[in-house]
Every structure is written in C-alpha cells, then in structure tokens.
Design a protein. Structure first.
Length: 77
C-alpha cells in the first residue's frame, strides 16, 4: 500500500486535524492538478474536469476532508 492510499485510509477513519499540505501532497501523487491563487482556498481539478474547492484553514473542517476523499474515489472509478 502506497503513501497516498495510507493517508486516504487515515482520512476516512478520522477526518479531523488535517492540513492543506497533506491534501496538496496527495493531489501531486495522484495526478490531480490544483491552483492556489493567493486566497485562502485551494481548487483541485481531476482530469475529467470535476472540481473541488477546499478552504486552507488549520485544521481543515472534517466536511471538506470527507468531500476530498469522495473526490479522489471518483478519480479511481
């Protein structure tokens, strides 16, 4: 199991206390492009065109972690 899969499993189990840097690293590893235009949000974009915007607050609200996990699962399907 790779690092990305381990982190996603941890996110599913406990969606609290995650930082935006972890999401950015996962996106890099999975080939998801993102942009951070100098605001407090990061927009992730899958190759199929689907987008997800996540606020870069510390820590990230669990609702956004669950949405990110679902977003990545959509990439796998």
């Amino acid at each position: 199991m790779g690092n990305a899969a381990k982190n996603l499993a941890k996110m599913r189990a406990n969606p609290r206390d995650w930082r935006i840097e972890t999401l950015l690293a996962l996106a890099d590893g999975l080939g998801i492009v993102y942009r951070r235009p100098g605001t407090s949000h990061v927009t992730f974009k899958r190759p199929d065109g689907e987008q997800l915007t996540v606020p870069a607050h510390k820590p990230i609200n669990p609702v956004y972690i669950r949405a990110f996990v679902a977003f990545v699962q959509g990439l796998e399907n």
